[in-house]
Ligand binder design. Structure first.
Ligand SMILES: [Zn+2]
Length: 87
């Protein structure tokens, strides 16, 4: 008999549909031919918020010896950007 591999689920509370997230409607304003006009030197909201979203954990991680498998997203009021997460 095969034993099923146990998968640890990671739960993210506070996810939103992309269509409801305001900052995803803001186009990238970076000039890719000029580093001074590109994120992070240039203040491009689209790239800034995308970087914040990318840094959010998506799988269980260890914090102070504890395994964290559930987080809650903290969003900015204005753009629905991910400003942090609690666990
Ligand atoms: Zn950009």
């Amino acid at each position: 008999m095969l034993t099923k591999k146990k998968e640890i689920k990671f739960k993210i509370n506070g996810l939103m549909n992309d269509t409801e997230i305001l900052w995803k409607k803001i186009p990238c304003k970076c000039d890719k031919s000029n580093i001074e006009k590109m994120h992070p030197i240039f203040n491009c909201l689209s790239c800034k918020f995308q970087t914040q979203e990318n840094s959010m954990p998506r799988k269980p991680f260890t914090h102070l010896g504890k395994t964290i498998n559930e987080i809650k997203i903290v969003r900015g009021n204005r753009y629905n950007d991910i400003i942090g997460w609690t666990f």
